[in-house]
Design a protein around this ligand. Structure first.
Ligand SMILES: Nc1ncnc2c1ncn2[C@@H]1O[C@H](COP(=O)(O)OP(=O)(O)OP(=O)(O)O)[C@@H](O)[C@H]1O
Length: 445
């Protein structure tokens, strides 16, 4: 769609939100019809604006360089173009020269969700690996098994033009895994000789560092590596404490850091639905179900129990949904993700286990059935950003809907808004498109 008509669609959508809000509270039907309209508009117009964004200096996809100028090996250029990438994003353009420099430089890098961080560090690993050396040379640590599998897939796709290496073999030279498995392979089982590792990547570094078990394991792996091993840390969010820690464990790093107000993506529109109970949230969800299944949607719950309950209730209503939560076997989880990626299921009900990194391009709607909170019940801003970042991938438009069922959850949402320094005044929605949330009462009792 041309930029003008795209902008017009955004205007109409925002005008609809405004006009309804002027009336105060609405009955369910009006709210439901508004939300359906917003979702449909969003989905119908959900084309990538990559080329436009790559020329907008304020966009995380902005680039002045081509992939050729980043001095990638010819077989990697083939891989990149084979994937349909025309130009690098901002993080790729900035990080790749640092990662490919001689001697190798360490890097702590932050960039918004879906802006090509995985592609960036995969290109760095593939550039460094020497196919003539028959042992693992790069380690990439991921917080979940699903994410490790996904990164493996990117390596396969990007590396498929390496004439001298078979794909299976490439995944032997570059090893991806969760911290526990990786530690076992380096230590207990000695499948990997850590002293021969040249590149160490911590993907979703903040969760690695913030989660006690993962942190210890990651540090223990890092201590086994040679002094000159290149260390790369990537994430979309870094809390202050995590930054401090990251800088302690990565010697002399280059740092790419976003300002707080740059962390959110303007391409993801965010709304909330006001309800009075969990049952009402369920009802509101059923009311918009038809609209969210035009494309694909992910629904996040706080606990495995709620996720199981919600998936069960939706199925009982005749909706076809997939459920993915932490207690399932890893093979089962991988199969669920594969089916969802292939579009066999349109809706995935899940927990924070899927909040980070999972890249399914067709996901246009993210629903926070429960808002993300930490173990003390405080807003979990980082998880919020990661969850909504499952939509709006690489310039696509996305919609996030937060379900509020109490004063407490409204308070959580307000604090999330404050954290990202966004105002929530609906009547300003048209002019202040940076608003994090439109104060839109889209479903009321
Ligand atoms: N230069 C590019 N041109 C076009 N598409 C790209 C480019 N780089 C990455 N992509 C695509 O954009 C999507 C998001 O990329 P990727 O998963 O690397 O983002 P990310 O920053 O790692 O996301 P997250 O923060 O969620 O982990 C992927 O589908 C990827 O194939």
């Amino acid at each position: 769609m041309a930029t003008d008509s795209w902008a017009q669609a955004v205007d109409e959508q925002e005008a609809a939100a405004e006009s309804v809000n002027h009336g105060g509270r609405f009955d369910d039907k009006a709210a439901q019809s508004l939300l359906n309209k917003l979702i449909r508009n969003n989905l119908v117009n959900n084309t990538n604006q990559v080329e436009v964004l790559q020329r907008d200096p304020n966009s995380p996809l902005y680039s002045v360089k081509s992939f050729e100028e980043l001095r990638l090996k010819p077989q990697l250029l083939q891989g990149v173009y084979g994937l349909g990438f025309n130009r690098p994003s901002k993080i790729q353009e900035t990080a790749l020269p640092m990662m490919l420099a001689e001697p190798p430089q360490n890097l702590i890098a932050q960039s918004q969700s879906g802006t090509g961080k995985t592609a960036a560090f995969v290109l760095a690993m593939l550039s460094h690996v020497d196919p003539n050396k028959r042992y693992p040379q790069c380690l990439c640590v991921s917080p979940t098994y699903e994410l490790a599998l996904q990164t493996g897939k990117v390596i396969e796709l990007m590396g498929k033009h390496y004439p001298e290496v078979r794909l299976v073999y490439l995944l032997f030279l570059i090893v991806i895994g969760t911290p526990g498995t990786m530690l076992d392979w380096c230590g207990k089982f000695k499948f990997i000789d850590p002293k021969k590792i040249m590149v160490f990547v911590l993907d979703e570094a903040d969760v690695m560092i913030a989660t006690q078990g993962h942190q210890d394991q990651s540090i223990r792996i890092q201590r086994m590596l040679p002094k000159n091993c290149q260390m790369l840390l990537f994430s979309a969010t870094f809390e202050e404490t995590v930054w401090n820690f990251a800088q302690r464990i990565v010697p002399e790093p280059n740092i790419i850091k976003l300002k707080r107000e740059e962390e959110t993506l303007d391409t993801i529109k965010q709304y909330y639905v006001l309800c009075n109970s969990r049952e009402e949230k369920f009802q509101a969800l059923c009311n918009i179900y038809g609209a969210i299944t035009i494309a694909q949607a992910m629904i996040f719950c706080h606990t495995r129990k709620t996720a199981g309950w919600l998936a069960g209730e939706l199925s009982r209503e005749g909706h076809q949904v997939a459920l993915l939560s932490g207690e399932m076997q890893v093979e089962q989880r991988a199969a669920v993700i594969d089916r969802f990626r292939d579009g066999k299921e349109k809706v995935l009900v899940t927990t924070n286990v899927c909040a980070r990194g999972i890249d399914v391009e067709q996901v246009s709607v993210v629903i926070n059935f429960d808002l993300p909170v930490d173990k003390d019940g405080n807003p979990d801003n980082e998880t919020y950003l990661h969850r909504i970042g499952r939509t709006g991938r690489f310039g696509k438009r996305g919609l996030a809907i937060n379900m509020v069922d109490s004063k407490m959850s409204m308070n959580i949402l307000n604090r999330i808004q404050e954290h990202f320094s966004k105002s929530a005044v609906t009547t300003h929605a048209r002019t202040h498109t940076h608003n994090l949330l439109y104060t839109q009462t889209v479903a009321s009792s």
